[in-house]
Design a protein around this ligand. Sequence first.
Ligand code: DGL
Length: 278
Amino acid sequence: MKSEFQPIGVFDSGYGGLTILKEFLNDLPTYDFIYLGDNARAPYGPRSFEVVYEYTLQAVKKLFEMGCPLVILACNTASAKALRNIQQKDLPHIDPERRVLGVIRPAVESIGDYTRNGHVGILGTVGTVLSNSYPIELEKWAGGKVVKTTQEACPIWVPLVENNETDSPGTEYFVSKNINNLLAADPKIDSIILGCTHYPLLMPVIRKFVPENIHLLEQGKLVSSKLIEYLNRHPEMDQRCSKSGIVKYFTTENEKVFEKNATTFIGRKIKSEKVLLK
Ligand code: DGL
């Protein structure tokens, strides 16, 4: 008998979550995945708490309808502004057997392995920075290891990535400006979390302006190893996730544009379908 398609859902406002999916596909090649990018409404960063929550909940419901027993919000802005509400308020009555996880905790839990002096920098969207999720979580989880967290919102970076401008001269201007602000606010920073899943796509430019002795933490590998740990700790969920190595891509924007850009970002040719969120 053919087993049911029960993929792991991966959601982002746009292309950024592909940096997380890429690591999942490396580490869990037998699992089925659905990627959903809300490209038509990206970026989420400048949007209010209510709107990000509403859009993210629509996406989670859609991924549940498509058969996902587990959804990863591969977006810091959605994780910061919607995850807790969805977990505590919505899941109990939508379906208490399904799970939604975010990307902030995996980065926070790993920071102790990187920082030597406890001075940590966060680069994120306006929404993520204003939510204070990173300082709050770092305080809770990293305990005495983090002494000072400094945040810098980078409102232009996501639009640059969404518009495939990752290596244009204008990009260097904005990237250097935000990094200089961050390092001027705390010159002792020895580790920086890229607190937005779009930012790894700007890594070559970011690295140009961040001194070599400062660690730059990308979330992809960290989130992927935490997902593996999660599946090991929850064999009942692991069994529900189907494993035929199928990956499907959905976007709320034009599928041809998505396919072209996503291929650059994920390093493989893909096919996608358009989906409506409401
Ligand atoms: N990839 C999202 C994040 O990690 C980008 C948010 C946006 O759309 O502004 O925050």
